[in-house]
Design a binder for this molecule. Structure first.
Ligand SMILES: Nc1ncnc2c1ncn2[C@@H]1O[C@H](COP(=O)(O)OP(=O)(O)OP(=O)(O)O)[C@@H](O)[C@H]1O
Ligand SMILES: [Mg+2]
Length: 162
């Protein structure tokens, strides 16, 4: 049975880093990449529905082929997560991965990368984040604390094997 991993966490929390580092076998579906494909840039609020419709179509197709999938977006609300879960084929094992990083650390992380999310936008996300729960339909909830995650060290550069 294929597994669907739904990333949850504020911007700069480390979701993309974790997903690519910890789930290298899973098909990675990220909203930034889809936005880039559709609109030529990562940071745009344009076409939210279109972006998510395409993410869900790809997710479903891969899960139907029996491949594990990781869906990477902030997924702060139950509603946002419900929209993902309802498009998963019946029988899919679903896991929420909550990257639980504080606002201060997320802002520091953001400052270390090329594209930046305004610090106030990051700060405003935390109160909107609803902690994922099994009642939403997840079989498993994984909570990743920043200090444990960070202890893993920086991800290996592309192509390097460990
Ligand atoms: N485990 C880690 N170890 C070391 N540095 C990390 C780790 N996770 C994240 N970082 C740093 O934090 C930055 C932001 O992380 P990342 O892009 O994964 O966040 P994100 O949650 O995907 O944010 P967004 O929602 O905006 O896409 C990375 O560019 C990296 O510099
Ligand atoms: Mg990301």
């Amino acid at each position: 049975m294929a597994t669907l991993y739904v990333m949850v966490g504020i911007s700069g929390a480390g979701k993309t880093t974790w997903a690519k580092h910890q789930l290298p076998e899973a098909v990675y579906i990220g909203s930034d990449e889809i936005r880039m494909e559709l609109f030529g840039k990562e940071l745009t609020l344009k076409g939210y529905r279109r972006v998510h419709r395409l993410m869900n179509q790809r997710m479903r197709a891969c899960l139907e082929q029996g491949r594990d999938v990781v869906v990477d977006s902030v997924h702060l609300s139950r509603r946002a997560r419900r929209r993902v879960l309802r498009d998963a084929p019946p029988g899919t094992r679903t896991v929420a991965v909550w990257i639980d990083t504080g606002i201060g650390q997320a802002i520091r992380n953001d400052s270390q990368r090329k594209r930046h999310v305004p610090f106030f936008a990051i700060a405003l996300m935390r109160p909107r984040l609803v902690v994922p729960s099994k009642e939403e339909g997840f079989q498993e909830i994984r909570r990743v604390h920043w200090h444990e995650n960070h202890a893993l060290g920086a991800p290996a550069p592309a192509g390097e094997t460990s």
